[in-house]
Design a protein around this ligand. Structure first.
Ligand SMILES: [Zn+2]
Length: 167
């Protein structure tokens, strides 16, 4: 791998970790020229269905795009990069298991949001706020109410989960 910072051709692997029972590998690398440290992931490439968007257009599944959205939503939250990549790995397996040629973008959005909710409800609310296209704030609140259900909170209130403040 080339260095993403100075583009030197040689970078050293300083740590290798096997993830998801050998389904993925994470490597920490260091550039010997500029000392930049960065992380790479290796995953299996699967034949994934095409995504059908709400307006009917088709596009290829873009892992990086979802990772970008999730990383933004999880900024300063207790969700690790490994958890984000693990979530997408699960999504890819889920999509491959469906054995279909096309899949609605809604299916993907719902899967991601459900899994993100389990990891961190605050990140979920943030992700939902850029994922949904809202006409107005009322729509947004309505969607939140529909999608966050008390039974999923396992007895903890929204205050405990950090979604609402005490006052
Ligand atoms: Zn470098």
């Amino acid at each position: 791998m080339h260095c993403p910072s100075c583009h030197a051709q040689d970078t050293k692997v300083i740590e290798t970790r096997i993830l998801q029972n050998g389904m993925a590998v994470r490597r920490r690398r260091r550039c010997e020229d500029c000392d930049k440290r960065f992380t790479t992931y290796e995953n299996f490439t699967q034949q994934l269905p095409a995504i059908v968007k709400a307006d009917g257009r088709r596009e290829n599944f873009n892992r990086e795009k979802i990772i970008k959205g999730l990383t933004k939503a999880c900024q300063k939250r207790p969700v690790s990069r490994d958890q984000i990549h693990g979530l997408i790995d699960g999504l890819e397996r889920h999509m491959a298991d469906l054995s279909v040629k096309e899949i609605s973008s809604n299916v993907i959005g719902n899967y991601v949001m459900e899994e993100l909710y389990k990891l961190d409800p605050v990140s979920y609310v943030r992700f939902a706020s850029f994922y949904w296209t809202f006409n107005d704030i009322e729509d947004f609140v309505l969607n939140l109410e529909k999608n966050i259900r008390p039974p999923q909170l396992d007895g903890e209130s929204l205050v405990d989960k950090g979604i609402m403040s005490e006052q």
